[in-house]
Design a protein around this ligand. Structure first.
Ligand SMILES: *Cc1c(COP(=O)(O)O)cnc(C)c1O
Length: 391
């Protein structure tokens, strides 16, 4: 079940121009994703936006089935959003916090999520507590279990953070959340498209993810999963007449399905691109994708590790395909620019994106190289040589 890398590269226009190691930022779209979007936009221009949506109604509807298949969920548990942040916010702000309610989170939590915790804590008197990690810097489920009591309203963690390969034990957290009947919100942005993401195995009640990263979909796409039983109890913080049809002058009726978290107007071209990207990943198989990502990122780490002056910063025994490093006292932004001139796309990760983790580890700005299955060993060795030459 190995991947045909040559074929997959021939289906990826971007690989002809760059060595793209910024899949944690935005993966290169395959041609088929581009075709779905450009084809749709062309129809909007040719016959009109409403008319194009009518013509593509089945395909647009099928995007929900694609997301549901990806997650092992039901289509009525899925909402589409313009990004993962909005999907996360809509679900989080629908929860009803009382003074003293506890929100348990992880040290490597994403900045957007933590800022929302802070706002809700300020407004409601809920308290935020960070679950300690084990000796390896990985979220510690046993510590979580010890912290649970009747005041824990929410467990909200990031599976794979933006600032490194750390893979938090999302499924172990889910088992604890289920056992104690605590709502569990999982940010799967860097995991989805890179590894199997099955909500039943993860045990999460809410999951959010983005289309643009390892899924290789377009920017400005995201989705939300809410488990059906929880969904019925959640009223979104903002509503329109799509989420809740206006059925009488003094009354609206909330939709039954997760699309109560959507609004009326949408970027349909982007939605089709997202659906196509998901189908593409499912056709390849997430196990095969994960395995190749593991091989490539392991080899990249080994190559970088061997360069004098390079330090790696990824945590945990089995890191995901996000490789963070620094090069002796060199400025990461300048290095990123130098590498870009030579055709290598990487990004930098700043302490403010995962502030608690960065402070705990005294992390500076780090370079972030995130290979995907369509990268090659040859690209990685050339990249390592380029870093070595600069170092
Ligand atoms: C990128 C990212 C997000 C935000 O996703 P958007 O689609 O840009 O809103 C959230 N959480 C994590 C961990 C991310 O890496």
């Amino acid at each position: 079940m190995g991947l045909n890398v040559a074929k997959l590269r021939s289906e990826t226009p971007g690989v002809a121009h760059r060595v793209h190691l910024n899949n944690a930022g935005a993966g290169l779209m395959p041609q088929t994703v581009l075709d779905a979007m450009v084809g749709y936009l062309t129809r909007e221009a040719e016959i009109g936006g409403y008319e194009a949506a009518g013509e593509a109604a089945d395909a647009l509807d099928g995007v929900y089935d694609s997301v549901a298949r990806l997650l092992g969920a039901e289509r009525d548990e899925i909402a589409l959003a313009e990004n993962a942040t909005v999907a996360w916010q809509l679900a989080f702000y629908a929860l009803d916090f009382q003074p003293g309610d506890r929100i348990l989170t992880a040290r490597a939590e994403y900045a957007a999520n933590y800022v929302a915790f802070l706002q809700v804590a300020k407004r409601t008197g809920a308290v935020i507590e960070v679950v300690p990690d084990d000796g390896d810097g990985v979220f510690d489920p046993e510590a979580l279990e010890r912290m649970i009591d009747g005041r824990v309203k929410l467990i909200a963690i990031t599976w794979v953070p933006t600032n490194g390969g750390l893979r938090n034990p999302a499924a172990a957290v889910g088992r604890i959340a289920r056992r104690h009947g605590v709502t569990y919100l999982l940010d799967a942005c860097q995991a989805v498209g890179q590894m199997p993401t099955r909500v039943e195995e993860l045990g999460c009640d809410i999951l959010t993810a983005t289309g643009r990263k390892f899924l290789r979909g377009p920017r400005g796409t995201g989705f939300l999963y809410v488990r059906r039983e929880l969904l019925r109890t959640l009223e979104p913080p903002m509503l329109d007449h799509f989420a809740a049809p206006w059925v009488a002058p003094d009354r609206y009726e909330l939709r039954e399905d997760a699309r109560r978290f959507e609004t009326w107007e949408n970027n349909y071209a982007a939605r089709l691109g997202l659906g196509r990207a998901i189908d593409y990943a499912l056709d390849l198989g997430l196990e095969a994708i994960e395995s190749r990502c593991r091989t490539l990122s392991t080899s990249l780490r080994a190559g970088l590790q061997a360069i004098p002056g390079v330090s790696l910063h990824d945590l945990g025994p089995d890191p995901a395909s996000i490789v963070t490093f620094t090069v002796g006292g060199r400025d990461p932004d300048a290095l990123k620019a130098r590498l870009a001139q030579s055709g290598y796309n990487v990004s930098v990760s700043r302490p403010s994106s995962t502030l608690l983790d960065a402070r705990a580890r005294q992390l500076p700005v780090v370079l972030r190289a995130s290979p995907h299955y369509y990268n090659t060993e040859d690209e990685l060795s050339r990249f390592v040589e380029a870093v070595s030459a600069i170092a």
